[in-house]
Design a binder for this molecule. Sequence first.
Ligand SMILES: [Zn+2]
Length: 150
Amino acid sequence: MPPALELAVVACMDTRHSVEKVLGLKHGDAKVIRNAGNILDDGTLRSLIVCVHRLGVKHVAILGHTKCGMTLVGRGEFRIAKNISATTDVPLHEVMRPDFQRWLGGFEDVEENVRRGVQLIRTHPLMPRDLQVLGLVYDNENGRVHPIID
Ligand SMILES: [Zn+2]
């Protein structure tokens, strides 16, 4: 089903907020794609391609939020790697391959991460030139949303 507002939202999987409540959306208004850190990885881009070229989406919003846990991953936090090693047969040195941190997708700055996502969609060769892309950050403390790129 195409979304009623021709909108797709890429948001973090953070459980402190509901994307629909934050943006005042009703069920069926938008396709909501969530992952750790609202990152435009291959899976998210694949879903957006389907939204745009099959489901009539004409507007995309990247919704980041303050105090995102993925900012900790971006600072070289090794708990995830250690836990993978402790709970699987993969030794830590193999988990910690050179691009492990980058692959996890951590970042230091929430707004910069949103900007990067907006820019990636705006310049992606498979995205329509007239696609509207908006960057937003939700403040977990005051409940407000502010635009990063309009
Ligand atoms: Zn987050």
